[in-house]
Design a protein around this ligand. Structure first.
Ligand code: CUA
Length: 375
């Protein structure tokens, strides 16, 4: 009897929780209301089954409770009931699966008038590439990825010269224009997820994946990585800024193209600083530390040398050679406030340390750097 009452209470509580709780979808900001409908259909099907089964168990517990002298009837098989159950379950499963397959087919087949962008995932940041004036993305090759060519663009491909490269963490898109998103990963599995748009897809190393959507509301929408990709997974965030076409074009024109970024490379660095720069690329430092002031999983190197930092224990420290050396060899000895302790210790030689530090010295806050500052 008590069990029957508990089961009924669970059902009533679940229904109340559903209608009273504030946890529901974020407001929709794209064309994909079909995603919501698909989820709601699944929710209704599973909800009806949940309520039905619990109430049936409660009824059976009550109706067939123990009474002196009464025995259960022996009925090992009931063909009619089995056919009913098989039929109803099949219909329920089909109703849950079919809409998802239909929407997914639409999701991965972009309309002809959609513009193309590329999203590149790496530990632990997102970068973006626009095709530029010709509307064609230049070809890429993972072997060409280097410090100076973070997207691995083929320098001999004319289509790639006007490609717009966005590495400062935020993606701008024009309102009400369909956009096809191509996904790539440089290292491990990531997942590009923008909850407000209901879009989400894995970025798989060595594979091109993609989908499309049309942003329908102006504003700033969070991007998260939805696939556990290492210690810094939770810091792998970005944002999509949806704005009127004019504001978007202005922003786009202010970004660096591949041709322009190639011109700006190299040149004035001393041999030691140049070596540090190569080392920063080879050892993967730049995955977490930007050199243009843009945010990352670790502090930016732009303007870092000589700066006064506040540490996690609220003490302050001036960033000098000793501090940098300690931070590379024992990263968790003194963490800068606001950053997670995720950096692994690096075993570098004295000469390598000197080269890296020499390189950070060249990245002064006011001075021009390799990429346009986003600050
Ligand atoms: Cu990238 Cu999680």
């Amino acid at each position: 009897m008590a069990i029957a009452i508990v089961l009924v209470l669970i059902v009533v509580g679940s229904i109340l929780f559903h209608f009273l709780s504030p946890w529901w979808f974020t407001p929709l900001a794209s064309n994909w209301d079909q995603m919501d409908n698909t989820l709601i259909i699944t929710f209704v099907v599973t909800g009806v089954v949940f309520i039905g089964i619990n109430l049936f168990i409660a009824y059976a517990v009550f109706r067939f409770r123990h009474r002196e002298g009464r025995q259960a009837a022996y009925e090992p098989e009931n063909k009619k009931l089995e056919w009913w159950l098989i039929g109803l379950t099949s219909v329920g499963i089909a109703v849950m699966l079919a809409p998802g397959l239909i929407v997914y087919a639409e999701f991965v087949h972009a309309p002809k008038d959609a513009s193309v962008i590329e999203v590149v995932g790496q530990q632990w940041k997102w970068s973006f590439r626009f095709p530029g004036k010709d509307g064609v993305l230049g070809s890429v090759n993972p072997r060409l990825i280097s410090f100076d060519n973070p997207f691995g663009l083929n320098p001999d491909d004319p289509n790639g010269q006007d490609d717009v490269l966005v590495q400062s963490g935020e993606l701008h898109l024009p309102l009400d224009k369909p956009v096809r998103v191509l996904l790539r990963s440089k290292d491990v599995l990531h997942d590009f997820y923008v909850p407000h748009f209901r879009v989400k897809m894995d970025a798989v190393p060595g594979v091109l994946s993609g989908f499309w959507f049309t942003p329908t509301k102006p504003g700033r929408f969070d991007v998260a990585c939805a696939e556990f990709c290492g210690l810094g997974h939770h810091t792998m965030r970005s944002a999509v800024i949806v704005e009127e076409n004019r504001a978007f074009q202005q922003w786009l024109n202010a970004q660096t193209t591949f041709a322009r970024s190639s011109e700006q490379q190299g040149g004035t660095l001393s041999a030691l600083a140049q070596k540090g720069r190569e080392l920063a690329q080879a050892r993967g430092c730049r995955g977490c530390h930007s050199v243009d002031g843009s945010p990352g999983a670790g502090p930016t190197w732009k303007g870092l040398f000589g700066k006064t930092e506040t540490l996690a224990d609220s003490s302050t420290i001036v960033v000098d050679e000793d501090y940098l050396k300690t931070s590379i060899l024992q990263p968790n000895a003194a963490i800068v406030e606001g950053y997670p302790a995720i950096m692994p210790p690096y075993d570098l030689s004295g000469e390598e340390l000197d080269a890296l530090i020499e390189y950070t010295k060249t990245l002064q806050a006011g001075a021009g750097s390799e990429a346009e500052s986003s600050e």
